[in-house]
Design a protein around this ligand. Structure first.
Ligand SMILES: [Zn+2]
Length: 94
């Protein structure tokens, strides 16, 4: 069967099965190596108030939020971009 990408979009290799992870946006179950994991630091205090507090020497704690996205949600939010056809797969596999 012809395929678009060398690894079929995954990093599984010859491993066989692997666990599925749920997408945090749409809820789809996706193989773990195919998921797009994004780590963001989220401040509980926002904008001008945070700057004012920091100037006065206050320590502002930040939460780290880890999100798992499926490929279509990652493209929708601009985390990934659609690559050109010849960038998807090395030339020797065409
Ligand atoms: Zn999704």
């Amino acid at each position: 069967m012809p395929f678009k990408r060398k690894s079929r979009g995954r990093a599984k290799g010859s491993k066989g099965k692997e666990p599925t992870v749920q997408c945090d946006n749409c809820g789809a179950y996706v193989p773990r190596s195919k998921i797009q994991r994004v780590t963001r630091r989220v401040s509980l205090v926002s904008g001008d108030l945070a700057r004012e507090l920091r100037e006065k020497g206050a320590y502002l704690a930040e939460n780290v939020v880890v999100k798992n996205f499926c490929i279509s949600c990652a493209i929708h939010y601009g985390i990934l971009k659609v690559r050109a056809r010849d960038e998807r797969k090395p030339q020797q596999f065409m």
